[in-house]
Design a protein around this ligand. Sequence first.
Ligand code: GLO
Ligand code: MG
Length: 343
Amino acid sequence: MSRFKFTAGPWNVNEGVEAFGPGVRPTVPMEEKFKKFAEVGLSGVQFHDDDAVPDMNNMSEKAIIDYAKDVKAELDKYGLVAEFVAPRLWMDPHTTDGGFTSNSKEDYDFAMWRAKRSIDIANALGAKNIVLWLAREGTLCAESKDPVEKIGALIDSINDMLAYDDKIKVLIESKPNEPIDRSYCGTIGHVMAVSAATKDPARVGAVLESAHAILAGLDPANEMAFALKFGKLGSVHLNDQNGCRYDQDKSFGVESLRGAFNQIKVLCDHNYGANGEMVGLDVKAMRTQKPEDQYRHIQNSMKIAMMLEEKVAKFDKAFQAKCIAERNYEALEMYVMELLMGA
Ligand code: GLO
Ligand code: MG
């Protein structure tokens, strides 16, 4: 049994499309994903706005809400909750140059329309959070935008979301690059600063994804800790990453077991989840994986997280205190290694 409630997004079960090759697995219908998510032990689902309401660009505001209500009924059927809704502002032609920081007023308005519809969809699904993964908010050509002005535009857009709904929380998912070259919210520190500059900082928090911290050259557990200190860690995307390259979304813990242990440790030590926060697994199956067993990466990630929870429960705090008192960090480090290796 875990202390955490785990979630994943429909995009975490996919066809295996990448930049150098097409899909290799058949598309799985949404309801089938819900059914499987429940079977493998997830508590909830994370959504992009158009995962929930695929044709939303061509629908009225009322039709979007009605459609989302039907999705909610399907979630109920499988005993799942909706964790968040994220406007997918990286696929549409209107967001080629970003949305909230686009140089085009029309594109900015489109992004705001999607953000507000995301809030409507979140309310229909019973989700308390909007997630902003700011995929294209930044530059491909550094001189194409005034970064000071654009960070202001991002803050304005969040203020507009907060004004649209007086309960919704906005969580920014930091990432330093990809698909954009230079992003405006690369780390948790950036997210905290943006949060503090909004009209209601208590409703603007962060999502920390392990791989994104590694891409920024930072330690995921330390990044989580930073947001936890400010009471602003609204969600996490656990996964793993083999160094600084494209965003890999590997199963949690498969590259750095000690790094993964420290993520679970900081979450446990600081009672993450006590206010309803969930643990998202933003993991991708290898392209080699066959459709018959294409939920395995989610199951593995959850299992590793739970095994690490047990390691955290076993962690000998008295021995840690002794090592700290004697300033014998070599002994403490070896203790952690033995704990993880089962020696
Ligand atoms: C990609 C992100 C992405 C988001 C998701 C939710 O790098 O991690 O998977 O988490 O779109 O907004
Ligand atoms: Mg993510």
